[in-house]
Design a protein around this ligand. Structure first.
Ligand code: FES
Length: 147
């Protein structure tokens, strides 16, 4: 009688173990399938904003180039234009003599405001908000760009 009970107990524990493994496997497969679906549907977690401070004054040319953006200041207004080309993601440069932004990869061209002039890019460059910082006398001390 005791041997029969042990067999039943072993079978039950094996069955429980297999049920747990199956549940875990189904959960993992569901998550593996759900993740790309959620990504496709646009459920992404926004990254925290990053801040880059550019000290004032800018050079007389009126622009300052950082790794991710070009900061332009004219007539007291500031704007930051992304350096990531909207075609295939190369890093664009501002050509001061022509007053345009050009991509070195396939020569897409943009205005200094990031508006598309010619392709192959199809979209304007992204822009970032810029906060002009000043001291108590009203003198501009820097520009805070939010990426
Ligand atoms: S990556 Fe800029 S034009 Fe192609």
């Amino acid at each position: 009688m005791a041997a029969g009970n042990n067999k039943t107990r072993n079978r039950d524990s094996r069955r429980d173990f297999l049920a747990k493994v199956t549940r875990w496997a189904v959960s993992l497969i569901s998550m593996a399938l759900l993740y790309p679906l959620l990504r496709f549907l646009g459920f992404t977690i926004k990254p925290k904003p990053r801040y880059v401070k550019v000290a004032a004054p800018l050079p007389a040319s009126g622009f300052h180039t950082e790794r991710e953006f070009i900061l332009f200041v004219d007539h007291g207004a500031a704007r930051a234009v992304s350096r990531t080309c909207t075609h295939l993601g190369c890093r664009v440069n501002f050509l001061e003599d022509k007053q345009i932004i050009e991509c070195p990869c396939h020569q897409s061209r943009f205005t200094s405001k990031g508006k598309l002039i010619s392709g192959p890019a199809k979209k304007d460059l992204a822009t970032f908000p810029v906060e002009i910082q000043s001291d108590e006398t009203g003198t501009t001390t820097g520009y805070m760009v939010t990426l």
